[in-house]
Design a protein around this ligand. Sequence first.
Ligand SMILES: *Cc1c(COP(=O)(O)O)cnc(C)c1O
Length: 396
Amino acid sequence: MTITPLMPVYPRCGVRPVRGEGCYLIGERGERYLDFAAGIAVNMLGHGHPVLVKAIADQAATLMHTSNLYGSPLGEEFAQKLVDATFADTVFFTNSGAEAIECAIKTARRYFHVTDRPHRSKIISFTNAFHGRTLGGISATNQPKMRDGFEPLLPGFEVVPFNDLEAARAAVDDRTAGFLVETVQGEGGMTASTPEFLQGLRQICDEQGLLLILDEVQCGYCRTGKFFAHEHYGITPDIMAVAKGIGAGFPLGACLATEEAAKGMVFGTHGSTYGGNPLAMAVGSAVFDVAVNDTFLAHVTAMGDRLRQSIEQLIPNHDKLFDSVRGLGLMVGIKLKDAADAREFVGHLRDNHGLLTVSASENVVRLLPPLVIEESHIAECIEKLSAGARTFEPAS
Ligand SMILES: *Cc1c(COP(=O)(O)O)cnc(C)c1O
């Protein structure tokens, strides 16, 4: 037997964390890492946040799981908070981002089914997109590394260039249901939608009665300094997928929708055994209460500005390695020059300087720190980035 007990789908690195303390991870041998990956934009309150720990412990001792056969006082309370704070009128809770995307796609298809236009089943999505690893999610991206060998994929998807409004407009025909787009692409390279693009998609949807589905699994939930990233653009979606930060480390996702868009989601159309169980709802509510307020969001904006400015100052000193900085709030990407490889540099920072980051497409290093970082963490990150840049020797 040569296959490992853990199915070998991840090229795991040598870091083997056993404990977390705030913005740090501690490995098996006691080594400390500054965690600017945060479980890929998940641990927004850092590790071991007392409010999160208490919410989990208290609810686990009170009532963990019941199934959706029964009424859900905690679910109603949390859904109401999300409805009050967003464009949405209704929420379906999931355990992950991919399931939230799946619910979004199903909600869109059902909408056209119940409004007598079942032929409108095609969803237009965009190059470099990442929408999770379900068959629905991989059908909505053009990235071969996620699709290869899983064919036949779902019909009813068309991928056109990201941030190209005219291409999006040209792809619309009488079979189109709407657009599925990340407000800010994460995996795809930390690229924000341009205002013209996102506002243009909204306008096309309004003019033609189509649905705008936003994937804010990575960029949403306070990451960019707004509760949701589309608030930077002055538009709202009809349907939105949320996950990652919403549970701050507890597996939780949500599909939010307007009353109109959710028209087809009636009794029996969708479901999940675990989705929205009492433990998840207690955690979601507790995280919401810590993070969704002006003080917390102002902190994210201030730290994001600080981090970005510090990196901008660093670039001229290392201009053979660093090309430019991009992103929004604490969703920051450093694009490297072609001569260097982002994955290699991420490994170098991790192994030699104790800084955890994540690579993305387009040769970008992603910085996704906990949203509770302080200036001292930014200073430490910049020190490590600078030292890492000095000592980095590209393999090629
Ligand atoms: C992470 C991610 C997903 C998938 O979420 P999972 O919880 O891994 O299923 C979907 N969309 C975006 C934009 C993501 O970043």
